[in-house]
Design a binder for this molecule. Structure first.
Ligand code: SF4
Length: 85
């Protein structure tokens, strides 16, 4: 689709809800991240620890490892919370 003159003047859209990540879904783990830049909302330099609502986990072993790590971190937190009761 051709971009309108107004879109071209505004530049590319910003990542929705760009913010500091509070979990492991960081830009650095996103499929669109490449050497400090977001390739989905290019050209945009992003920090490793940021994230946005377009975060997409890569379909790689690394992505799977992050899911497993998150799972066990959540189980550990739940066990620690249960032990305090
Ligand atoms: S989370 Fe992904 S899509 Fe969003 S700004 Fe970071 S690299 Fe880009």
């Amino acid at each position: 689709m051709a971009e309108t003159a107004a879109e071209s003047e505004k530049g590319p859209p910003a990542p929705p809800n760009l913010r500091a990540a509070t979990d492991e879904n960081e830009c650095e783990q996103c499929t669109y991240f490449d050497s400090g830049a977001c390739t989905h909302y290019k050209p945009l330099t992003v920090a490793n620890e940021w994230t946005c609502d377009s975060f997409k986990r890569p379909q790689t072993l690394r992505g799977a490892a992050v899911i497993v790590k998150q799972h066990f971190a959540e189980r550990r937190k739940a066990a620690e919370a249960a032990a305090k009761k």
